[in-house]
Design a protein around this ligand. Structure first.
Ligand code: SF4
Length: 360
């Protein structure tokens, strides 16, 4: 980072440490920083807020208390534990990484940054966080909070979305990393989460205010610089909650791509009118007895936004569920349907949050 040469980052450790000891939130993975807990929490915290992670974390480590149980957990049970947290590839990578830890490290979470970095789903930030917090290695852990704090402290106008900026911040922090690296890294993140907030810096509460270049120059709310991200693609879709004999149709998504291999309610591109929906049901061999419009919903992914409209489609009750081979799905043969009860939908199948508005 341009300004790091002249900026006294080495002066921040002492006031930061004092502030952190007084203000740090009590978090289960912080109060008991065993490597497995730090690792699971850091993966869950990627793209997700602390408050949202808390209940998931406790449930997850109760069900899968160590690397061994995680390495051998059934995929459906794993995804059910993750249901609602989003970015499901994180859960799959956790399991894959646990298997690597079992095979290559005798079930012990590795302590070195480079070994951690070699695990599936572990990037430079996560490797730095585990190595420093759980094992005390003197390496930085630069997440979005830390990037923002450093950019403001140094009044840097470098684009923080660029990898080169991130690496420069890592280098600048590595050069001043104190012995208690785990505490320092957590304190930087905590300052970004509680005080140096994205939309409003609370400089009057900040232990680093007297050292902060942005604060001195009145730039705190102009920084950091983020180049404009590509806009999300808006995608209208129609969700079908198809019911027959008290069961609901679900199907498994493809192995690759968005929400890979998770369960979903049948859904088709576009916002369908009642007439279009009835025509679709007819063409798909779904003998609709009644159709009722459900509420609309929307779900935001990183690059796509789904605008969802929903229809509850009741089929005539018969002794047999609809023959999936007769049906067509958006012009292609309908993938095999699974018929689930309400209880199975809530306890067995992992339905992504995107479809929760249509849960019966
Ligand atoms: S003084 Fe303000 S801008 Fe600077 S680090 Fe503290 S909260 Fe952020």
């Amino acid at each position: 980072m341009k300004n790091s040469v002249t900026f006294p980052l080495d002066k921040i450790a002492r006031p930061l440490r004092k502030w952190f000891r007084a203000r740090a939130r009590s978090l289960p993975w912080r109060d008991d920083p065993r490597p497995y807990y730090v690792w699971v929490s850091e993966i869950m915290l990627q793209q997700t807020r602390v408050a949202a992670v808390m209940p998931y974390f406790s449930r997850f480590v109760d069900a899968l208390p160590d690397v061994r149980t995680l390495a051998s957990v059934d995929d459906d049970a794993l995804l059910k534990l993750w249901e609602g947290l989003g970015y499901y590839s994180r859960a799959r990578n956790l399991k894959k990484a646990a298997q690597v830890v079992m095979e290559k490290h005798d079930g012990v979470v590795p302590c070195k940054f480079d070994e951690l970095l070699a695990l599936p789903g572990v990037g430079r930030y996560t490797a730095g966080a585990i190595a420093s917090i759980a094992y005390g290695e003197r390496v930085p852990a630069v997440d979005g909070n830390v990037l923002r704090v450093v950019a403001r402290l140094t009044a840097s106008r470098e684009d923080v979305l660029r990898d080169a900026t991130k690496r420069a911040v890592e280098d600048a922090l590595a050069a001043v990393m104190p012995k208690d690296a785990g505490l320092f890294n957590q304190a930087m993140m905590e300052l970004g989460a509680l005080v140096c907030l994205p939309r409003a810096a609370h400089c009057d509460e900040c232990p680093l205010a007297s050292l902060c270049r942005s604060h001195a120059e009145g730039l705190e709310n102009e920084l950091p610089v983020k180049a404009l991200k590509k806009e999300r693609r808006i995608e209208p879709r129609t969700v079908l909650l198809i019911e027959q004999n008290g069961r609901f149709a679900i199907l498994k998504r493809p192995k690759r791509g968005l929400l890979a291999e998770l369960w979903e309610f049948p859904n088709i591109p576009g916002a369908k009118s009642r007439a279009e929906l009835l025509a679709f049901c007819h063409a798909a061999g779904l003998p609709a007895k009644s159709v009722r419009r459900m509420k609309s919903a929307r779900h935001i992914f990183t690059h796509i936004e789904w605008i969802l409209s929903g229809w509850h489609v009741r089929l005539a009750d018969t002794n047999e569920a609809v023959d999936e081979n007769r049906a067509a799905y958006g012009g292609t043969p309908l993938p095999p349907l699974t018929w689930a009860t309400r209880e199975e939908l809530s306890k067995v199948y992992s339905i992504p949050t995107a479809f929760h508005a249509y849960m019966p």
